[in-house]
Design a protein around this ligand. Structure first.
Ligand code: FES
Ligand code: FES
Length: 197
């Protein structure tokens, strides 16, 4: 990661200035970053213009360029799933995608704020105490949102398989799976009886 990107991750004021609605002068900021180019992303229903070098990852551009720090990077190697966002409706590891390659709308955990599906997801995680340090939580919440958007019916075992794509070092997974099962059941997408995972 470049020093420019790292600096912006650690400086909220700077991140706010880097991401803005289309046409507000982001190109001028681009000129200030050596080798960087303007990139337009559709994030949570809005067009965002950020500054990203061609080699920059989506996760870092969301955080450093757009100030959307709810998406976290754990391993930066495609293993942990902590950086999961939706591209279109598909859960995607944003550390495996270059920002300049993105063509689909991006949904991040910030989209859950004030959203009915977001309320369902957040209340289930709270009810089941499905987080401790919370570092992995955004990734698991995006898995939940992807399951709701797919409309696919799933068994508890299917939900466990979905959850297994992401790593959590704190909870032991049972509370997370319980929350995910509740979320699926609340939208009548659970096949079979709901059981304590
Ligand atoms: S940070 Fe992307 S998978 Fe770990
Ligand atoms: S709650 Fe700490 S890593 Fe999952």
């Amino acid at each position: 990661m470049s020093h420019e990107v790292q600096d912006r991750i650690e400086t909220p004021l700077d991140t706010g200035e880097q991401c803005a609605a289309s046409g507000d002068g982001a190109a001028t900021e681009a000129e200030a970053v050596t080798g960087a180019e303007d990139v337009a992303l559709t994030v949570n229903g809005s067009i965002r213009r950020a500054i990203a070098e061609p080699r920059h990852l989506l996760v870092d551009t969301l955080r450093a360029g757009c100030g959307l720090t709810g998406t976290r990077a754990g391993c930066h190697e495609g293993i942990c799933g902590t950086c999961t966002v939706l591209l279109g409706d598909l859960p995607t590891r944003s550390c495996l995608v270059l920002a300049h390659e993105v063509r689909e709308p991006v949904t991040t955990v910030e989209a859950l704020e004030g959203d009915p599906e977001g309320d369902l997801i957040r209340s289930a995680f709270a009810r089941h105490h499905a987080l401790q340090c919370g570092y992995c939580t955004a990734g698991f919440m995006m898995l939940a949102l992807a399951m709701l958007r797919s409309g696919q019916r799933r068994t508890v075992e299917d939900v466990r398989t979905v959850a297994s794509s992401n790593l959590c070092r704190c909870t032991g997974y049972r509370p997370i799976v319980a929350a995910l099962v509740d979320i699926v059941a609340a939208r009548d997408l659970l096949d079979g009886d709901e059981v304590t995972p």
